[in-house]
Design a protein around this ligand. Structure first.
Ligand code: ATP
Length: 471
C-alpha cells in the first residue's frame, strides 16, 4: 500500500530540494514558499507542458507576459476592489472562513434544507442575517461554548504604495493574471492577426492576502497561475465551454494522476465576474478540492473596462456588419496546485522504498550519469564523454560521490527516470547499464545509441498530435 501523508510530502519536498518554507531562518512567513533547485526545474517543466499545449501548438492562441503592478483603476473596473472579499468568523482565538464554518455547523446538525437556505443567503451576501441564524442554530443545538461570534470582512488584494507625486499613490499586487490580458486586448489585436475565436494565455504570479493558508502549497499568498482567456462570438459560449472542459481534462489526465481522481463540480458560489463556472476538482490526499476553474465570464470585464477607461474596445463582425463585445471563456489553473497534486500522487512509499514516480516529461532531471568506480580515470573519461554529449539535449546530472545504492536512492527521491552506470565493461564493449526508476529493471545499451533511446522515451509529441486538433 502507498502510505503517503502531508507530513511525508512536506519533509520530502524540503529534504530533496523541491520546496522550502520562505524566510525559514527568521521562523518563516505564513503561506509563502520557495522552490528549490529541483522544484524550479519541475515547475518549469509543468509550465512548458502547459505552454506547448495551450499556445505553441495552436494557431489560434497567443501568449503575453503582463505586469504584476497595474493602474489601480484596473481593479476598480474589474470589481475586485469592491467584491473580492472573504468573510471570516472569529470565535475566541479561532478563525474560520465563513463558507467552511457553515459547512462545519451543518455537518454537525445534518439539516440539508436549512443548509441550502443559508447558502442562498451567502450568495446574496446577507452576512449579518447568516450570522444571526447561525447564532440561533448554535444556541439551539448547543454546538459551541462561545457564543460571542465576530465577523470580519477582508479584501484579498495586497495593497502597495507607489512612490509618486502624481495621482496614483497606491495600487495592488494583481490577484489574477486575467486582467493583464483584458486591458491589452486592443494592443494584441492590432499587433497580431488574431481573429475571433482566439485566445490569449499567460503564466505568472498572483497574490491574495489569504488568512487561512494551512495546507502547504495548496493555498498560499503568492502563487502562480496559468490562465487562458478565449474570446468568442456571443451565443457560442456553450460549445466553447464544453470544448475547454474536455481539452483541459485531457491535459490533466496525461499527467498520470489517475482519471478517477478528478471530478467536475458546478460552481454554486459564483464570483462577481462569472455567469457560470465549473471547478475541476482533484482528490488531494483523499479530499476533493479545486484544481482548475473554467469560467464563462460573458463580456463582464471588457464592458467594464470600456466604461471605466472610456476607450472603445469593440470588435467588428464582418458578416453581420455590427460592432459587438466578445464573450470570454477562461481556463484558470494554479501552477502550485498541479505541483502539489503531482507530489500527492507521485510520491510512492512502498516496501521500504521511497521514490517519486513523476511522468518523465515532468521530472526535474531526466538522466543521471553515475560512474561505478570513481577512481578509475578511464571510466571517468568515458562517463564525462557521455555526460557532455547528452547535456545539450536533456536535463542531466553527473554524480560520482557516495555508494551506488545511495546515489540511486537520491535519484529515485527526486524522480529521475533513468540512471546510467558506467563500469569496466563499458571500456571493452562500449555499453552502459540503464536503470529504470519505477521497475528498477536494468538493461545494457550501446553508448552511441543512447541519444536515440532517450529521445524516444521523452517524446510526447504523439499526445499533442492526438489532442490538439484544428478547431
Ligand atoms: P479557491 O476556491 O480554492 O479559493 P478560487 O475559486 O478563488 O479558488 P480562482 O479565482 O478561480 O480560484 O483561481 C483560479 C485557480 O488559481 C484556482 O483553481 C487555483 O488553482 C489557483 N488558486 C487560487 N487561489 C490560490 C491560492 N491562494 N493559492 C494557490 N493557488 C490558488
Amino acid at each position: 500500500m502507498n502510505d503517503v501523508n502531508l507530513k511525508l510530502i512536506i519533509n520530502h519536498a524540503k529534504r530533496y530540494g523541491f520546496i522550502y518554507k520562505s524566510s525559514e531562518i527568521y521562523n518563516g512567513i505564513n503561506g509563502v514558499y520557495d522552490y528549490g533547485p529541483w522544484g524550479v526545474e519541475m515547475k518549469n517543466n509543468i509550465k512548458e507542458y502547459w505552454w506547448n499545449f495551450m499556445v505553441k501548438l495552436r494557431d489560434n492562441i497567443v501568449g503575453i507576459d503582463s505586469s504584476i503592478l497595474m493602474n489601480n483603476k484596473v481593479w476598480i473596473a474589474s470589481g475586485h476592489k469592491k467584491e473580492f472579499n472573504e468573510y471570516y468568523i472569529i470565535i475566541k482565538n479561532k478563525i474560520y472562513n465563513i463558507k467552511k464554518f457553515i459547512l462545519l455547523i451543518f455537518d454537525i446538525i445534518n439539516n440539508k434544507k436549512l443548509y441550502k437556505k443559508i447558502l442562498i443567503l451567502y450568495k446574496k451576501k446577507k452576512i449579518k442575517l447568516i450570522i444571526y441564524k447561525l447564532k440561533l442554530i448554535i444556541k439551539h443545538y448547543k454546538i459551541l461554548k462561545y457564543r460571542n461570534i465576530k465577523v470580519k470582512k477582508i479584501n484579498l488584494m495586497f495593497n502597495t504604495k507607489i512612490n509618486s507625486f502624481l495621482n496614483n499613490k497606491y495600487t495592488y499586487l494583481r490577484p489574477e493574471t486575467a486582467q493583464g490580458i483584458f486591458i491589452n486586448i486592443k494592443n494584441i489585436i492590432n499587433s497580431t492577426k488574431m481573429k475571433i475565436p482566439f485566445g490569449v494565455a499567460q503564466v505568472g504570479k498572483s497574490f491574495r492576502n489569504e488568512i487561512i493558508t494551512k495546507e502547504f502549497i495548496f493555498r498560499t499568498k503568492e502563487f502562480e497561475q496559468m490562465e487562458m482567456q478565449f474570446f468568442i462570438y456571443p451565443g457560442q459560449e456553450k460549445k466553447w465551454f464544453k470544448y475547454w472542459i474536455n481539452n483541459r481534462l485531457s491535459w490533466l489526465y496525461f499527467l498520470n494522476l489517475g482519471i478517477n481522481n478528478f471530478r467536475i463540480k458546478k460552481h454554486k458560489n459564483l464570483s462577481h465576474y462569472t455567469k457560470y463556472a465549473i471547478d475541476i476538482e482533484f482528490n488531494f490526499l483523499n479530499i476533493y478540492k479545486e484544481l482548475e476553474g473554467i469560467h464563462f465570464r460573458k463580456n463582464f470585464d471588457l464592458k467594464s473596462h470600456i466604461k471605466y477607461s472610456k476607450k472603445k474596445i469593440m470588435f467588428y463582425n464582418s458578416k453581420t456588419k455590427k460592432k459587438y463585445i466578445p464573450y470570454i471563456i477562461e481556463t484558470s489553473l494554479g501552477l502550485d496546485r498541479v505541483f502539489y497534486a503531482l507530489l500527492c500522487k507521485s510520491l510512492i512509499n512502498e516496501n521500504n522504498r521511497i521514490f517519486l514516480k513523476l511522468p518523465y516529461f515532468i521530472s526535474p532531471i531526466k538522466i543521471a550519469i553515475l560512474p561505478l568506480i570513481s577512481k578509475d580515470k578511464k571510466i571517468i573519461k568515458i562517463s564525462k564523454y557521455i555526460y557532455n554529449n547528452l547535456k545539450y539535449k536533456f536535463n542531466i546530472i553527473y554524480d560520482d560521490k557516495n555508494s551506488i545504492g545511495k546515489r540511486y536512492h537520491y535519484q529515485d527521491s527526486i524522480g529521475t527516470p533513468f540512471c546510467i552506470t558506467i563500469d569496466k565493461y563499458s571500456l571493452v564493449n562500449k555499453t552502459v547499464t540503464i536503470r529504470y526508476r519505477d521497475s528498477m529493471k536494468q538493461i545494457r545499451y550501446e553508448i552511441d545509441l543512447l541519444y536515440f533511446f532517450f529521445k524516444k522515451e521523452f517524446d510526447i509529441s504523439y499526445f499533442f498530435k492526438r489532442e490538439i486538433k484544428d478547431v
